[in-house]
Ligand binder design. Structure first.
Ligand code: MN
Length: 329
């Protein structure tokens, strides 16, 4: 057994009261890793608070332990240590969290290539498909028994971050670990029906409008690369009654088109403020492009925020992508 988590396991043994946190706009890996680690620490008799600044999306409310997640830390200090999972930068843990005093030393467990090592201890594996895989390794290394609750959370973390074992980050290890988790009580079909067959109707109404914004752009050069863009405005959200998180996966429709190397989704987040999500098939490292706009992520999936009128934002981002893709010629 490898020994990547030795220093963190030592802190677990020494401490008693822990805080576990993950990023704003939490998705499957953030919540599954947070809860997997929380339940594992609680199984050791530790006193653990699980915190997310933002609400848990409805499709993840079935996850064991989800009902114990808190969204305020008032009166909770102090902690012996805080575990940040699936989070590349401290500020992504949320403004309120960053104002919190009493978090103790920060243990940073993450798989984003753009992680800035904000913790006192940092275990960063960019090759891991998900933070969930890393929590699996931590739990295994610490000889903590994987209960059905832990298994369900870590399976969801791995399953969602690998795009149901389709993305380039899917490895022998991720499949093997998922298999172990199924053996420990994670039920693939129950989980799939909860996560993938359980969308609110307004999501499909929104998708229909968003797909109508599809624009496919040729990148000059011999390889014939294409970029596809989609956008979502507040007005589209309002007219369909959808809330902001529902559009997050739509960017994959842009990448899924024949000949398209990079898909981009622009989502209005404020007056002249857009969240930009990138997906690449591999010819362009979108983490690099996102980083040039102060964002981050992975080579095939990344994000950032850009201010300005929508047309200008799209043009600026597409130009950066074109430049990057032209450099691959
Ligand atoms: Mn992740």
């Amino acid at each position: 057994m490898s020994n990547h988590f030795g220093a963190i396991i030592e802190r677990i043994e020494q401490g008693n009261r822990f805080l576990v946190v993950s990023h704003v706009n939490p998705e499957g890996d953030a919540i599954g890793s947070l809860l997997g680690l929380t339940l594992a620490l609680r199984s050791l008799g530790k006193d653990v608070v699980a915190y997310l600044e933002d609400p848990v999306p409805g499709i993840f409310e079935f996850l064991p332990g989800s009902e114990t997640i808190v969204h305020t830390l008032e009166g909770e200090a102090p902690f012996d240590a805080t575990f940040a999972v699936d989070c590349g930068q401290m500020n992504r843990l949320g403004d309120n969290f960053n104002k919190f005093d009493g978090m103790g030393s920060v243990m940073n467990i993450d798989h984003h290539t753009t992680n800035d090592e904000f913790g006192e201890l940092n275990v960063i594996f960019p090759d891991a498909s998900s933070a969930g895989e890393m929590i699996f390794d931590l739990v295994t290394e610490a000889s903590i028994e994987i209960t059905p609750g832990i298994a369900t959370n870590l399976y969801v973390a791995i399953h969602t971050d690998t795009g149901s074992f389709r993305y380039s980050c899917t490895s022998e290890g991720s499949l093997r670990k998922a298999g172990v988790l199924v053996g420990k009580g994670a039920d693939p079909w129950t989980i799939s029906t909860q996560v993938y067959e359980n969308h609110p109707a307004c999501k499909y109404k929104l998708l229909a409008i968003v797909l109508a914004t599809l624009n496919i752009i040729d990148v000059p050069g011999a390889k014939g690369y294409k970029i596809a863009t989609l956008y979502v405005t507040d007005e589209m959200m309002d007219s369909t009654g959808a809330d902001k998180g529902l559009a997050d996966g739509f960017v994959n429709y842009a990448r899924g088109i024949e000949g398209v190397e990079a898909g981009v989704l622009f989502r209005e987040t404020g007056p002249e403020e857009y969240k930009v999500s990138f997906r690449s098939k591999g010819a362009v490292d979108v983490a690099d492009v996102a980083l040039s706009f102060d964002g981050g992520g992975h080579s095939h999936a990344a994000g950032c925020s850009v201010s300005g009128p929508l047309d200008t934002v799209i043009e600026t981002v597409v130009t950066a992508l074109k430049t990057s893709l032209a450099g691959q010629e």
